[in-house]
Design a protein around this ligand. Structure first.
Ligand code: OGA
Length: 333
């Protein structure tokens, strides 16, 4: 941190945990669509089950951001309950122009169509989190996810390492910036409502971040001949404050844990999926839940998802503001 308490512009981007290099899944499927190497096969108890919980998807709350922005109390209550009971909700009327999200989807689809050699020009090195490849592989015995990803830090701008930003298709860098700016606006607007439901003034939650860091992860899930034996992404909670995910309108994959069941988050066309991350759970003193999520693979369709993670600066100490600490609970300890 600079001596005046601000963060320096030449500060290095965080690199997080080193990751072991692993095969490219899209290429594996291109070479032989029927192979599912042992390294991807999950233990029976970890596999997606047939039990149909998809009807539960319709209970996942849908929040109208335009109502939140008008200070609508009913919508604020809905948001409060969504964060407590589900840790997830879908957002409609979020203000991201359809044209911006469509351009993002078209450009990403083109990028993943490039040859492996082309995509590997942006390959993620084992000691960095940014680039095209696989993060969080820490052991040779780890069961691998059925997906590849492009991961970029987009804010603050001096965290950007342009050598990992694709040059193809033409214009994709500008599209990523435009899409990320639109998502950042949604995030800061949501933070205003979160501040209110936490009993703080509107700008307080954003202020706790000191600097709002934004990471972007585009996931590519190739089709899989044995989708019942693999997972697209292993169960995890997000370390972020919140994550904002754009999914495809016509391919399912995301599942979330609710009452010990895996519930699919079926896409609502044009909606964004938002979830509470670990930082927000801590800031809310456990009132809001950072729940487990995973992605399943599909038999015949590839799926692309677009996750934007919002974080406080690395140096911020995460603890609940004092008014969120229930005096009765502390007294009982
Ligand atoms: C992630 C993630 C879910 C999805 O990128 O961390 O959980 O539906 N993605 O792709």
């Amino acid at each position: 941190m600079g001596s005046n308490g601000t963060f320096l512009d030449n500060e290095e981007a965080p690199t997080y945990a080193p990751s072991i290099p692993v095969p490219n899944v899209q290429e594996l499927v291109r070479k032989d669509p029927f192979q599912v190497p042992q390294r991807y096969v999950r233990k029976v108890e970890d596999r997606p089950k047939d039990t149909d919980t998809s009807y539960l998807s319709s209970f996942i709350p849908v929040i109208d951001l335009s109502l939140l922005l008008m200070g609508n109390n009913e919508e604020l209550n809905k948001l409060d309950l969504a964060c407590q009971e589900w840790g997830f909700f879908q957002v409609v009327n979020h203000g991201v122009a359809k044209q911006v999200s469509q351009k993002m989807k078209d450009a990403a689809a083109e990028f993943f169509k490039l040859s492996l050699e082309e995509k590997n020009k942006y390959a993620m090195p084992s000691d960095d989190i940014q680039g095209y490849g696989h993060a969080y592989v820490v052991s040779e015995d780890q069961i691998l996810d059925w997906s590849d990803a492009l991961i970029l830090l987009v804010h603050p701008s001096h965290y950007r390492k342009l050598k990992f930003w694709p040059n193809s298709p033409k214009g994709i860098q500008e599209i990523i910036k435009e899409y990320s700016n639109a998502i950042r606006k949604v995030a800061t607007e949501l933070f205003q409502s979160f501040s209110l439901i936490m009993g703080m003034d509107k700008e307080a939650l954003l202020g706790l971040h000191k600097q709002l860091v934004q990471a972007y992860r585009v996931n590519y899930y190739p089709p899989c001949s044995k989708p019942d034996q693999v997972l697209g992404v292993s169960p995890h909670s997000d370390t972020s404050t919140i994550t904002i995910l754009m999914q495809e309108d016509d391919v399912c994959g995301l599942q979330i844990k609710n009452n010990n069941e895996w519930v699919p988050v079926n896409p609502i066309p044009d909606a964004l999926v938002v979830n509470v991350g670990d930082v927000f759970e801590i800031w809310s003193n456990g009132k809001y839940k950072s729940v487990e999520q995973r992605a399943v693979a599909n038999y015949s369709k590839a799926r692309i998802s677009y996750a934007s993670f919002l974080f406080p600066h690395d140096e911020v100490e995460i603890e609940p503001p004092s008014h969120m600490v229930d005096s009765k609970t502390t007294a009982a300890l």
